[in-house]
Design a protein around this ligand. Structure first.
Ligand code: HEC
Length: 130
């Protein structure tokens, strides 16, 4: 009986770990409202936020039509934008709605404070391709 109990515990742990690595929505990305701005990665949170909240106007396909020809699709485009001129400052100030900058996402609700914190942290880290 003890052995069976142990097996059940192990199975639960395995199930927890395997689903813990699969991010497909905001709830699994930030379980129970915990916002991880420590381990910020392009391949994880950043690309997820940008593609969900910015591609409507800033993907390769939509940028010429509705994003002022600015595409953030893929690492090369977004890092190219951030490193040119004051791109990084424009970017962080537009998403936190600083006075004097065009608020983004345009005509849509402001990003959550977790999303803003995550993106700003990544930019301040030097926007690594991680
Ligand atoms: C509904 C369309 C739309 C969405 C969604 C959107 N943008 Fe924009 N964005 C624009 C337009 C249009 C401009 C050009 C400036 C203007 O007309 O306000 C722009 C300009 C910008 C600029 C300044 C570009 C420059 O250097 O001139 C930044 C930075 C930016 N957007 C970031 C974002 C980010 C980050 C997101 C997602 C969180 C986002 N935008 C979502 C339409 C959008």
């Amino acid at each position: 009986m003890k052995k069976l109990f142990g097996l059940v515990v192990v199975l639960f742990l395995l199930a927890g770990f395997s689903t813990g690595c699969y991010y497909d929505n905001e709830e699994t990305l930030y379980p129970s409202g915990v916002c991880d701005t420590v381990d910020v990665r392009y391949s994880n949170q950043v690309n997820y936020i940008i593609s969900n909240k910015c591609y409507d106007c800033h993907s390769n396909a939509t940028a010429p039509l509705s994003g002022s020809d600015v595409s953030f699709e893929g690492y090369a485009n977004i890092s190219g934008y951030l490193s040119a001129g004051s791109g990084d400052v424009n970017f962080t100030h537009s998403i936190d709605h600083s006075v004097g900058y065009t608020p983004m996402p345009k005509d849509q609700p402001k990003l959550s404070s977790c999303e803003i914190g995550t993106l700003i942290k990544w930019v301040n880290n030097g926007y690594p391709d991680n």
